[in-house]
Design a protein around this ligand. Structure first.
Ligand SMILES: [Zn+2]
Length: 433
């Protein structure tokens, strides 16, 4: 996917907000139709049937008919896709879209281009033997930095060609999606980037992800995901405090929360940018990239507990969860996999942080502190995260849980949840520096 910031004129922005509203309305209608379904009832209408119903609805409702038919139909298409992918996408059943939160719409290209098969021969219709014509988005490059795209009802809308080399072409895509969040417009083209070819060295790298150091590499390098600065964090709490104290429904309250949202969006943007750069670097420099296998969903589970059995250290755990999610672990793994298909492996994580990378001895007391590792067996000293990364690079750590009966002294048996855990810092959460 290629995403760029869009700069519409005020008139264009107004028209695009109308598109967003119509797309959301149609999507929510589809959600409602499918939510109505129960076992025993006739099936909810599919895409083709919904399109017929949309045509009818457009005829009956003047305001809907005044909107763009393509935008509304694409909302149905998006819904059908989301519905089909509900088991594989990770998002589950498609749900309601809300005003201000889910502002966006999809546009299908209006240009017609001949389609080709994988071997380069023109794609022909099986029945009529005619050339199949596919859709393509109409994009014009203005100069090195700017391009424009045709949006229905708005004419040419400009967007900035960020993060592209000199002479780079705007992407060829069949559709694009326009989104509006935190007062900014973005355009995302639906394209799958070409995989980055592997270097000839075939070098293997292991990556250990953590909260203190985002990614420790097995060659000793440490990479850190950019966070908000102390000043920006202070600004967030200031605006949050002011907004909380402002009168209900006042413009001050809305403006305060908008400022908070913009600062948080800045953090997310930095994290995404960092993940893109690092994943490209990994795919370009190493033949095989090994990540330790993490279940981030389980790791960030809340400690809240139930009403009868309230959990302990709930706020602390919430802080740690925020710290984990602020590292972009999942995104880094996914984007590396996208850019280097078949060259990324997941190594099971247990004991990667407790195993000595020099002699293979596993002992809890080898890990002196968060940063220090000193093997009690051979005396090898190393940064604890680098040591773990070397284990990951070697594909080690994924050995079965050592049993007490196995004999060899010095192996820490997993007696309870806390016995073989990494040493935890006294205070965990978003780092202060
Ligand atoms: Zn050792």
């Amino acid at each position: 996917m290629a995403r760029f910031r869009m700069y519409p004129t005020p008139a264009q922005a107004e028209q695009m907000l109308t598109h967003c509203a119509h797309a959301r309305y149609v999507w929510n209608l589809a959600v409602e139709q499918h939510a109505h379904w129960k076992p025993g009832r006739k099936g909810a209408p599919g895409f083709a049937e919904q399109c017929r119903q949309l045509t009818e609805a457009r005829r009956e409702n003047e305001w809907l008919g005044a909107g763009n038919a393509d935008v509304q139909q694409q909302a149905l298409k998006d819904f059908a896709k989301a519905k089909n992918a509900k088991f594989t996408s990770g998002f589950g059943e498609p749900t309601w879209r809300r005003k201000f939160r889910h502002e966006g719409f999809r546009v299908i290209g209006t240009d017609r281009v001949p389609e080709y098969n994988a071997d380069g021969s023109p794609k022909l219709n099986a029945k009529t033997d005619k050339q199949v014509m596919g859709r393509s988005v109409v994009v014009q490059k203005l100069n090195r930095r700017w391009a424009q795209v045709k949006v229905p009802g708005c004419g040419w809308v400009r967007f900035r060609l960020s993060a592209q080399g000199k002479g780079a072409k705007p992407p060829d895509a069949k559709t694009f999606r326009v989104t509006y969040r935190h007062g900014q417009w973005h355009i995302a083209f639906a394209v799958i980037p070409a995989p980055i070819p592997a270097p000839s060295t075939g070098e293997v790298i292991g990556i250990d992800r953590g909260v203190t150091i985002t990614a420790a590499l097995s060659d000793g390098r440490t990479l850190n995901c950019p966070q908000l600065t102390v000043r920006e964090r202070a600004q967030i709490s200031k605006h949050q405090r002011r907004a909380a104290r402002a009168r209900k429904n006042s413009p001050q309250k809305a403006a305060g929360y908008a400022k908070v949202a913009r600062l948080k969006a800045r953090e997310a943007n930095r994290r995404k940018d960092w993940c893109e750069k690092i994943s490209t670097m990994l795919a370009r420099t190493y033949g095989l990239v090994r990540f330790e296998k993490l279940n981030i969903k389980n790791m960030t589970r809340s400690a809240r507990g139930s009403v009868e059995q309230p959990g302990r250290h709930v706020a602390q755990k919430a802080g740690l969860n925020r710290g984990i999610l602020a590292q972009g672990w999942g995104l880094l793994r996914r984007r590396t996999g996208d850019k280097a298909p078949g060259r990324v492996e997941d190594v099971p994580a247990p004991y990667t942080s407790l195993r000595c990378s020099a002699c293979g001895w596993i002992e809890k007391s080898s890990r002196k502190s968060q940063a220090e590792f000193e093997c009690v067996s051979c005396g090898f000293t190393c940064n604890a995260d680098t040591n773990a990364a070397v284990n990951v690079a070697a594909g080690q750590g994924g050995i079965p849980r050592p049993r007490r009966a196995a004999g060899a002294g010095g192996v820490t048996a997993a007696t309870g949840r806390s016995s073989a855990r990494e040493p935890q810092p006294a205070w965990v959460g978003i780092p202060l520096f």
